[in-house]
Design a protein around this ligand. Structure first.
Ligand code: GLN
Length: 485
């Protein structure tokens, strides 16, 4: 069967189950394409040899009852994988080999999937362009001058470039949805507490969530039902009844009420984004749903709030990297000198910036003025959504304020880099689910995404809306293969 790598996850599962393809065929096809993708720099570590072994073993003793039978899959290098190097894109973890597996990846392997390798990402998931990785930047399969977005840039490039049929990323402020939008794929940030954070290298613990990135909504729903589970090993994991999201997927969204928040019409937003949004509103109406103008009055405070809360939590989480317990250690004259040198040499500039901001806002003199204030504003942002959801079932916004930008374009201007997440960050602050779906192209032919935000634990609803819209939009990604060796 030709063009294996062009098939969706759902098709591959079907074809393996009815024996039109073996796991070995599929795994080989994705390895072949991955081996030709060096220029994208999507992988940090590959595990191709053992992936092929595992595929052969699966074919000898297949289990077709599994949800991901013999499906190869690469994952973001932020998920701890037992006995396989896990770097978080950082020099400080360059030699870290976990002795345990993250719950989310464990769930994936338990359903029959096979690890292809670990995908590049911004250092400790801090970034919007995958340019902060110690292992070099990732390029977009759409155009060699473009960033794939971040921090799950390797994951986005790998799915859009068909190096893996599907993947998982993490999203603290937009890192699944923004790169999905930049590369023309689907990305879901689940409700906080639905996917276990156990074994995910921590960035900002009250915001981090794992989620699927896929070619289409159905694939996304299927992977979400695999990764979402209650986990006693994560104290913030929530015990609620999970759906068979893919089975229950329906494009019937008649009568749904979709909110259009006026505050997401930000200054300087390109006309193309506004047009895309209007098209989205029309698609919603074409599906028989209704749109309602709403207000989320505290939206403009979301980004400053995030850039206090996230660095504060990061500075605390990253205190563990001291050269003693994990990874890289620099030589020092004494213990303090060793700590200092390890952290100055082991962390990149963006991570150091966040640690400094975080330490500052948590310091005794500034805690009340910054951190405590930010927590209060965070609550107001959450209240805005609660108020809106009294009137609507979901909210439609653009995913990003622009299409993908050029490599190097924003590296010297952190604030303009941070502005990328203006539409995604409020969702993390409120702990809600959000999905980005590809919805069109700008005049340069680059993909643009629309975001659907749901009520907490209402993933099924936003997946259904995304599914219905996807059918109407009929998006075709323009992958140029400029990078194929
Ligand atoms: N771009 C945002 C940041 O740099 C979000 C990152 C993320 O979601 N991991 O903090």
């Amino acid at each position: 069967m030709s063009d294996i790598t062009k098939q969706s996850l759902t098709e591959l599962v079907e074809n393996i189950k009815n024996k039109k393809l073996s796991s070995t065929d599929v795994t080989k096809a994705f390895i072949d394409r991955s081996e030709k993708s060096e220029k994208l720099n999507a992988y940090i570590t590959n595990d191709f040899t053992s992936a092929l072994d595992k595929a052969k073993k699966f074919d000898q003793k297949p289990n077709f009852d599994l949800k991901l039978p013999g499906i190869p899959m690469a994952v973001k290098d932020l998920f701890c994988t037992k006995n396989i190097k896990t770097t978080a894109g950082s020099k400080i973890l360059n030699n870290f080999i976990p002795t345990y597996e993250s719950t989310v990846t464990e769930n994936i392997w338990n359903e029959g999937a096979i690890l292809l390798g670990k995908l590049n990402c911004d250092e400790f998931a801090m970034g919007s362009s995958n340019e902060t990785s110690f292992f070099g930047n990732v390029q977009s399969p759409i155009d060699k001058n473009l960033v794939p977005g971040g921090s799950s840039g390797g994951s986005a490039s790998a799915v859009a470039g068909q190096l893996t049929p599907i993947t998982i990323g993490t999203d603290t402020g937009g890192s699944i949805r923004q790169p999905a939008s930049f590369t023309g794929i689907v990305g879901l940030k689940p409700t906080y507490g639905s996917c276990s954070r156990y074994g995910i290298v921590a960035f900002a613990s009250s915001l981090d969530q794992a989620g699927p990135m896929a070619q289409n909504v159905k694939d996304c729903a299927l992977l979400h039902e695999v990764i979402s589970s209650y986990d006693p090993k994560d104290s913030t994991s929530i015990d609620f009844k999970r759906n068979h999201y893919s089975k229950k997927l329906t494009n019937n969204i008649k009568g749904k009420k979709i909110g259009i928040p006026k505050e997401y019409r930000v200054d300087g937003m390109p006309k193309e984004i506004e047009n895309l949004w209007q098209k989205g509103i029309q698609y919603i109406k074409d599906c028989g749903a209704e749109t309602i103008d709403i207000s989320l009055p505290n939206t403009s405070y979301a980004l400053p709030t995030y850039y206090i809360v996230a660095p504060a939590e990061a500075s605390s989480n990253l205190a563990r990297y001291d050269g003693v317990k994990y990874g890289f250690r620099a030589k020092g004259e004494n213990l303090i000198d060793m700590y200092e040198k390890t952290r100055s040499e082991g962390f990149g500039a963006e991570v150091q910036r966040r640690i400094m901001i975080g330490t500052y806002v948590l310091s005794s003199g500034y805690y009340d003025a910054y951190y405590l204030k930010a927590q209060k504003v965070r609550k107001l942002i959450k209240n805005d959504f609660d108020e809106a959801y009294k009137k609507v079932d979901a909210i439609l916004t653009p995913s990003t304020p622009s299409s993908a930008f050029k490599i190097g374009e924003k590296t010297n201007d952190p604030v303009s880099m941070y502005l990328n997440d203006i539409f995604t960050v409020p969702v993390n602050l409120a702990g809600l689910p959000g999905i980005s779906i590809p919805a069109g192209h700008d005049s340069k032919g680059y993909p643009l995404g629309l975001q659907i935000i749901g009520k907490a634990f209402d993933e099924q609803n936003i997946l259904n809306i995304a599914y219905a819209m996807e059918e109407k939009i009929n998006f075709k990604n323009k992958i140029t293969d400029w990078w194929i060796k």
